[in-house]
Design a protein around this ligand. Sequence first.
Ligand SMILES: [Zn+2]
Length: 247
Amino acid sequence: MAAPPSPQQVTPPSASTSQPPPQQAAPPSTTAGRPVIVLDAAHGGTDTGARGETGIVEKDMVLQIARTVRAELERQGYRVVMSRNDDSNPSYDERAAMANAYRDAIFISLHIGSTGNPGTVRAFYDQLATPVAPTPVAAAANVKSPAPTASGLPQWEQAQQPYVEASHRVADLIQAQLAQSFSGSPATATPAAVRGLRSVAAPGVAIEISSVSVPSADSLTAAATPLATAIARGIAASRAAGSTGAN
Ligand SMILES: [Zn+2]
């Protein structure tokens, strides 16, 4: 069911027509009408992720980058929730549940790859290995938990199914921005089997920075702010293009 549209704020025209209306300042940071961004620093705890020869460890670097990305997205007016903000390792389903708790969320999982040309960034969306018939999950948009199976167990692994198109679109739009900021990055997003997105009942994108093999961590930490800008622009473009398909 669609939510009632938010009332449009209309400013009546000024009585004086001798001057153009003053330029309205950008609205103060507001989360109204914007998705909650669930920022997922992948791995954590005993799951270190990729390791580079110079000592770069994926789980630590993605957390550091995620904190910078969060600050930048918040500065741009987004509400951001971190799937972890320490060296813990929530399960895929626990991370997904943080996005699934919101009516309007976008899940962004951050990785640093072990391969790829250093300085490039790729966006992935989940390409489900086994297509399934549409489930009631899509229809029951207000019920963000996966639909129960006949046995009563939630179909966690089908949660992303109704959102694959929306995920593909926002991943492409983010990737287009990444291609501008990170030379050599692909122009379009990459389909892959991404388990970390599969339980997410919202548009979800995994972003992988290349790579843990760079000589210095500085180039990775320096990527955080342009990465945040690319994410924000991609999400804004997906909103401008229409519904995310979540409703
Ligand atoms: Zn990873």
